[in-house]
Design a protein around this ligand. Sequence first.
Ligand code: ATP
Length: 312
Amino acid sequence: MIEVQNLTRRYGDLTAVDDVSFAIDDGEIVGLLGPNGAGKTTAIRMITGFLPPTSGTVIIGGKDLEEAPVATRRNIGYLPENVALYPEMRVSEYLAYRARLEGMSRAAVQEAIVSVLADCLLEGVSRQIIGTLSKGFRQRVGLATAILHQPDVLVLDEPTVGLDPKQIIAIRELIRQLGSQRTLLLSTHILPEVDLLCDRVVIIDRGRVIAEGTPESLRQSWQGEVVIRLEIKNAVAEASQVLAAVPGVTDVESAGNGCFELRCRPGSDLREEVFRLAVQRQWTLLELALERASLEDIFVRLTTGDAGEVVQ
Ligand code: ATP
């Protein structure tokens, strides 16, 4: 479990992380989401013990990072934003070197390497020089290094930045697998990543937590306008007026060819009413879809300063 309490970091006059608190349960994958400069890396470096906070507490697996730094950090695997590998080393050599730095015994090193090579699907490149690997495979080596000492907690800073779409899919799959046995915090500014990987999301902006919840709960609590997309085969001329008369519909836009967008009052779902109307009017419906607010809508709204209260 990770508990972050009132974490603050100032750089001179700038408060990069401002009174941030959240908790991550065992086995949970949580995304720390925020635009560039929001304070994600600063928060993560404090949580992993690489940067002392100005104030606040980090507790990992019940241990206070400040009071017991060595024991606490032993329980954390950390993949920094720019992972520094030794490009001239072979993959297994590098892993052995890192394992020994972790203070592992010779016997344990060998066992750990076999295990992480398998977990990170690196067996086929274990003898390859790191400098000759693709960026996606180098990222796998970074992940393998982070889990060598079998930590319960894994912290990944922007793990898919700079990868091509195919590599992103592969690394996300790997992260999902690694997260199934661990507590995992990952920072990202990529919204689909949160939706695909995370049980919960903590959104930060200008150093402060501005929203927290499951991606679905954030979507639900955002009471934005609802849009119904509709396609009618051989739509009649008066369809727009008929649709506009449905209680709850605030506006109807016709896109031609029988396609309509109905703007509806916040929080409503008028698909059933629209369906009944279509049956009554003998319209053949080719499409009837409700568009919910995407996480992107919420993110943009929250981080451009016109957010209301913090969403819980
Ligand atoms: P990105 O997504 O661009 O990596 P981020 O959310 O990780 O951004 P941070 O790197 O934590 O954000 O930076 C937060 C703020 O703190 C920024 O305004 C940054 O310029 C500032 N900052 C970070 N490190 C330092 C430092 N060592 N000295 C001064 N200011 C810093």
